[in-house]
Design a protein around this ligand. Structure first.
Ligand code: SF4
Ligand code: SF4
Length: 183
């Protein structure tokens, strides 16, 4: 395990150095807005591939320690884009016609982009996804920290720093890993 410790708060999930308290991270997003902006700019001259390698290890550690079924905050807050193929899959998962699935659960933009028509998502129940095996690729991929491009995507990632405990913890560890703040 990485040696990441916070001296503060309200730890809900093991290991005890991971913070998953949603109220706390929402407050931190406001408190650390300026610091996060400086962190983003501090990465400008760092090697993107090295940052990705570090971020992937950190993300693996953090993701393994956070139970998304005890959170569900992304399902509460995000617009979920859905491909046409996934609409067909959703109909199959629910055992209804594609037309009915569209009518009940999907909105389509003028440009033909589909998305789940409610926030929180229809399929969230008691912090758990009721179509988990058939959930959409956007749900599977969020918060995208397993992908290449940590540096390029950090500005977008920080938009959800106060929403997603995985992002919050990964960003805080990365600040220490790159020497932006002291361990
Ligand atoms: S489909 Fe499931 S995982 Fe995706 S947003 Fe809805 S509840 Fe969350
Ligand atoms: S991806 Fe983030 S916001 Fe979504 S359930 Fe997991 S920890 Fe919570």
């Amino acid at each position: 395990m990485f040696s990441y410790t916070f001296a503060t708060q309200n730890f809900k999930l093991p290991p005890p150095n991971i913070i998953a308290d949603l109220e706390f991270i929402a407050a931190q997003a406001e408190e650390k807005a300026e610091e996060n902006d400086h962190f983003l700019r501090s990465l400008r001259n760092l090697d993107a591939a090295e940052l990705d390698a570090t971020a992937h290890v950190v993300n693996d550690e953090v993701s393994a320690a956070i139970d998304c079924t005890e959170c569900g905050n992304c399902c509460n807050k995000l617009v979920i884009n859905v491909t046409q193929t996934e609409v067909t899959g959703l109909a199959g998962t629910l055992g209804i016609s594609e037309q009915k699935a569209r009518e009940l659960y999907i909105e389509e933009s003028m440009g033909g982009n589909c998305f789940v028509n409610t926030i929180p998502c229809h399929f969230l129940s008691d912090k758990k996804c009721t179509i988990y095996a058939g959930r959409f690729s956007e749900c599977r991929d969020f918060p995208h920290l397993h992908k290449p491009g940590f540096k390029a995507r950090l500005a977008g990632t920080l938009n959800y720093y106060g929403t997603c405990p995985i992002i919050y913890n990964v960003v805080e560890v990365m600040k220490r890993k790159v020497g932006f703040i002291d361990p």
